[in-house]
Design a protein around this ligand. Sequence first.
Ligand SMILES: [Zn+2]
Length: 335
Amino acid sequence: MPIALNPSIYCVAAIHLGALWIDIGLINLQGQVFVHTRHNRTTTSPETIVDFIAEQITKSVVQYERILLAVSITLNAQVNSKQSVVIGHNMFDWHGVPLGLLLEQKLKVRAIVDTNVYAMALAEYTYHHPLSTNDSLLLVNIGSTIGMGLVVDSDIVRGSTGLAGFLEHSPWQDSGPMCSCGLRGCMTSVLSDRALLEEVRRMRPQSKFSSIESIIELSSSDAGLREILYYRAAKVGELLAMLASIYNPAHLVLSGSVTLTEYFDKVKESFTRHKGDMDIETPTSEPGIPFPLLGAGIVGLGAVFSPDLLLNPGKLNSYAEISFMPTLVPQYETD
Ligand SMILES: [Zn+2]
């Protein structure tokens, strides 16, 4: 018997812990983010971050009179997703941080922690559902670093230590710039937003570029900047062609600043030269909602639905294997 979910009672809190800021949102049972706030990240202390997040979520849940079912947080880190522990996060210098437990203690609901690019790939896979068993989805994200998520049969491919798809220090260009890891020409030191920003700052030391967006904006009237962006776009196209040949996914999705404006056409041009039999897609995100936040929300929803209501029915995803925690009793009842 077809039934409808009432989306306006329960919600899941979604958090994306980024390099510069923290995005916090609430997502309803239909997968819509109905509130979103962005905050500067001023500390790397896990306890301070968790306190801040818990305070913001509590405020929103009370304001919107919802019942919080779970909280899901994603970040660019190696994660043990079953235990919700951050194994390693270089930028924050986190090692073995029980982020899930800290959030559960504060919010009294189940907390899920995952790698951001995996969550983004799962969100896209959910959007494209149903995909048949062998129809995998590959998402490549080019931002301040470079990563990919491969979803096969409703499951993310995590690798033996949770590092599958961390492409940043893969060798890419022998003669490339020095990377923060001490080697030369790693993928992140050639193709990432950060690398591009550094190159432009080297080239124009007198200019003050603060973000990749400002470079893209100025490039419309600056041939030098345009050339740098074109070059990167062509190289990203080559990378995608290589990955598409290795994995032969049903869907290839690219996210990040390289999908903006005319530079996405350059990516596609270069990609098609090497791999003419498929298209590059861009993420299906709601306008104004950061895609990584949506990814976190979808992962959280996947964890609260019973197996029969899973967003990706069929093989259970890794979150569904964990049974509901006794602390799931709603804390914010509003009569
Ligand atoms: Zn490196």
